[in-house]
Design a protein around this ligand. Structure first.
Ligand code: PAF
Length: 290
């Protein structure tokens, strides 16, 4: 038997919603605060940093591992998404998680989820424009997880910067009483943002990919008096597209709160540059604060 299935392991692996509710209710009855880290598995250090933060701030930590089909608008992307549940559970147990929630698709969606969320302008640009339906699917699954795990705090990585804004909007719409905690991007020594999708890069692509962050970081140093947001955008798009094997899907400099593109630096106190780059059939995203 795999060590993760051994009953002596402190972490419990839960596959049903009923058992998740029970475990959370037991924790709450003991007066424990609950932290939730939603993931789609293929866990790396970035995820574990969210878990570490949750462990510091909450008494009882639940991590969901579920590749959510409703947020994939591309069937091939869903098919090829890495699934490594056993290794994931080992990492979560080592990180001191209380419950790993790994439901089947049927358990999460006993009926098709037909809810359409009015996510507004934050969900209409960038990822929302490129991946129709993606954010509605994210809102569906995250709202279900919030309802099932009743967390006091939920943890999300800033690599998916726009996703956090969309989730905040969903929380407001649904009236969930919880705190969304945005955690900084984790990068490898090369600067490449950690991502489950990196496992699909070839050695050559892995060596080239850190240029994305390097170019974004360089662009924050361009003098604002000379470089408008449009000029910075031109600089980044050209520099990334000039690298063999990379093709930008979009680069936008947006207001970090509204996610709407800015035309002048004075429009916001927190401008964020959000990029999507294709390397072969792998789609990488990253962002940087200006
Ligand atoms: O960021 C992700 O991994 C997913 O979009 C999330 C939040 C776990 C929902 O499936």
């Amino acid at each position: 038997m795999s060590p993760i299935l051994d009953k002596n392991f402190k972490m419990e692996i839960v596959n049903t919603v009923a058992r998740l509710r029970e475990a959370v209710a037991n924790a709450k009855n003991k007066g424990l605060s609950v932290g939730l880290v939603p993931t789609m598995g293929a866990l790396h250090e970035g995820h574990i940093s969210l878990v570490d933060r949750a462990r510091k701030e909450c008494d009882f930590v639940v991590v969901s591992v579920f590749v959510n089909p409703t947020q994939f608008n591309n069937p091939d992307d869903l098919k090829t998404y890495p699934r490594t549940l056993e290794a994931d559970c080992e990492k979560l147990a080592a990180a001191g998680v209380d419950v790993a929630f790994a439901p089947s698709v049927e358990e999460m969606y006993p009926q098709p989820d037909t809810r359409v969320f009015d996510l507004g302008p934050v969900a209409e640009v960038m990822e929302g424009a490129m991946r129709p339906g993606h954010f509605n699917g994210v809102a569906q699954v995250v709202s279900k997880l919030f309802e099932m795990a009743s967390p006091d705090k939920a943890y999300f990585g800033e690599k998916d910067f726009q996703q956090i804004a969309v989730i905040r909007r969903m929380v407001e719409l649904e009236g969930f009483d919880l705190e969304i905690v945005a955690c900084p991007i984790r990068r490898g020594d090369s600067g490449l943002a950690l991502s489950s999708r990196n496992t699909r890069l070839s050695q050559q692509q892995l060596e080239a990919a850190p240029a994305i962050h390097r170019i974004l970081a360089e662009s924050t140093k361009l003098p604002r008096e000379e470089y408008s947001p449009a000029a910075v955008k031109e600089y980044v798009v050209k520099a990334i597209n000039d690298i063999a094997g990379m093709e930008i899907e979009y680069y936008e400099i947006v207001d970090g709160r509204t996610l709407q593109p800015i035309t002048d630096w004075s429009e916001t106190t927190q401008a964020v540059g959000c990029v999507t780059v294709w390397m072969g059939d792998v789609r990488l995203i990253d962002n940087i604060k200006y």
